[in-house]
Design a protein around this ligand. Structure first.
Ligand SMILES: Nc1ncnc2c1ncn2[C@@H]1O[C@H](COP(=O)(O)OP(=O)(O)O)[C@@H](O)[C@H]1O
Ligand SMILES: [Mg+2]
Length: 163
């Protein structure tokens, strides 16, 4: 198993602890994504953004959430056999867990390198495969945690604070 952690400077060294102390969420939304189902790409990002908008979250944060969720959603559709999204809402943050059915990443550090992409012909025809999704997720979240390995599933967790 290979694991990757990233946190913005203000959360450096605290990521694991912050994820571990999360209380019971105030509410949860679940989504399913199918392999190569580009028609439904972006639906989870839009619904999560709307829910946060209702809660009065500022536009700058809504934008970060929408970008990070959209890119992770596209990655499940483009690069995996499908998967699930679980979005947990807390009073000052949101945790989104992307859990797919494989085939995993050979090397997480390589995958996250700007411009790196294994996108196939179909994915490129759909306009994806620039290799900027994971770098964009990293840029827009406060804490990013990825667990992946070749031949296994990928779990990607994003934590974003809004309060
Ligand atoms: N859920 C996933 N399962 C397997 N591989 C993935 C997944 N998400 C990303 N990857 C790998 O990481 C690479 C880079 O992803 P990304 O930065 O989003 O660029 P792109 O999607 O344009 O290829 C992908 O090409 C793929 O090899
Ligand atoms: Mg991508």
């Amino acid at each position: 198993m290979s694991e990757y952690w990233f946190s913005q400077p203000e959360f450096e060294g605290k990521a694991l602890e912050l994820l571990n102390v999360l209380p019971t969420p105030e509410f949860v939304q679940n989504f399913e994504l199918d392999e190569k189902d580009f028609i439904n790409a972006g639906k989870a990002a839009a619904k999560i953004k709307n829910a946060l908008k209702q809660l009065g979250v500022v536009p700058a944060v809504l934008r970060r959430v929408a970008i990070a969720v959209y890119e992770a959603e596209i990655n499940i559709i483009a690069h995996s056999k499908g998967g699930k999204i679980k979005c947990s809402y807390y009073h000052n943050c949101i945790l989104i867990v992307f859990d797919d059915y494989g085939p995993g990443m050979e090397d997480i550090e390589q995958s996250i390198f700007p411009g790196y992409s294994t996108a196939d012909e179909l994915v490129r025809e759909m306009g994806f495969g620039a290799g900027m999704g994971l770098p964009n997720i990293k840029k827009n979240c406060d804490i990013l945690h990825i667990i992946s390995e070749k031949g296994k599933k990928t779990i990607l967790e994003i934590l974003i604070y809004f309060g």
